[in-house]
Design a protein around this ligand. Structure first.
Ligand code: ACO
Length: 326
């Protein structure tokens, strides 16, 4: 059976930096609180004229170059995002246009922070069915556009960015070995942007009430995230018949250092086997895992034959994992 192999990675973050010190001037918080409670020091913010597809295209170009694949040879483009350029057309179609990937199908996938891994899971299905041979999966977000800059409990968390991978069909064993996706909408209201869409169209009143911005029950989300991810990583390794000691690297969604530490502890994994970059980027939602993967590849933390576990948790609630043999 054909499997999906990651043959190229890329990432991009906008130039503008927003540090914890900058945030102290905006909301009632402190640099120490943010760092201690989240692990974040700074995040990148898109320029006024940059949209999610712009960030996505920068990451995609790097991934295509690394893979040695031409945009015109792509069969499919999936963009995991919850902050699209527009409702219509999809951000993936804008990426297709900007890359001139004439021969691809393109669609967005919204699973919030789990979006990139949901994308990998969908792509791996298309590969094993034989439908597509070259797929670009991107996670890209401009969360800053949907951040409530008056809400200190959320505005400290998010950053903008994009990461991308090129997947190619292979009969070899160095490939995406396993993906798992799951949702539990019982907790749909833990993380939401309630207004600006069909339920609450963007009237002046809706905008004034800041209903077009992200709202999160942070502490409740934190508790479900820890419990869910602890089980998820154990179950993923069991499914793949692997012991934690066989893992070379855990690449978690970069939402909160304390959540990541709890997940690593459950596996008995030392923190030097965990990829961390949320200190520099904050929570970039669907972009966080492909950015971290690209950095791991480019800094030589990933070598041929390594087993890498990816895991994410986000609004929906949604969660997902993937096991890659590099
Ligand atoms: N500065 C100072 N104090 C603050 C700040 C701040 N920026 N934000 C909140 N506080 C205060 C609160 O008001 C509260 O004060 P009180 O005790 O007087 O009421 C106190 O700090 C504790 O607040 P909590 O919300 O309980 O803080 P917690 O330790 O849970 O940390 C955080 C908050 C960082 C949001 C954490 O809950 C978290 O990371 N949650 C999970 C986020 C996540 O994983 N989301 C999923 C992905 S997001 C997506 O899908 C788009």
């Amino acid at each position: 059976m054909l499997k999906a192999k990651i043959t190229g990675t890329g990432s991009y973050v906008p130039d503008k930096l927003l540090t914890n010190k900058d945030l102290v001037r905006i909301v009632d918080t402190s640099e120490e609180w943010i760092l201690e409670r989240t692990g974040i020091r700074e995040r990148h913010i898109a320029a006024k004229d940059q949209t999610t597809s712009d960030l996505a295209v920068e990451a995609a170009r790097q991934a295509l170059k690394a893979a040695g694949v031409k945009a015109k040879d792509l069969d499919l483009i999936i963009v995991g995002t919850c902050t699209p350029d527009m409702f219509l057309p999809s951000t993936a179609c804008m990426v297709q246009l900007k890359l001139n990937a004439k021969n691809a199908a393109a669609f967005d996938l919204n699973a919030a922070c789990s979006g990139f891994l949901y994308g990998l899971s969908v792509a791996s299905g298309y590969m094993s069915s034989g439908a597509f041979k070259k797929i670009l999966v991107i996670g890209a977000e401009t969360l800053s556009r949907f951040t409530d800059w008056q809400d200190r409990s959320t505005c400290i968390l998010f950053g903008d960015g994009a990461g991308a991978v090129v997947l190619e069909a292979t009969t070899g064993s160095n490939a995406l070995l396993y993906t798992h996706i799951k949702s539990d909408a019982e907790y749909w209201d833990y993380i939401q942007i309630p207004g600006g869409a069909a339920k609450e169209p963007a009237t002046r009143a809706v905008v004034d009430k800041r209903l077009t911005k992200i709202r999160m029950k942070g502490n409740e989300t934190f508790k479900v995230a820890v419990k869910t991810l602890e089980n998820l990583v154990v179950e993923t390794l069991e499914k793949c018949d692997l012991k934690p000691s066989q893992l070379s690297l855990l690449i978690p969604h970069q939402a909160n250092l304390r959540i990541i530490q709890a997940t690593a502890k459950r596996l008995g994994l030392p923190m030097d086997k965990v990829m961390l970059n949320l200190e520099r980027y904050g929570n970039t939602s669907a972009a966080s895992i492909p950015i971290a993967l690209d950095e791991s590849v480019r800094t030589g933390r990933v070598r041929e034959g390594d087993y890498i576990l990816l895991e994410a948790f986000g609004a929906g609630l949604t969660w997902a994992s993937a096991l890659v043999k590099w």
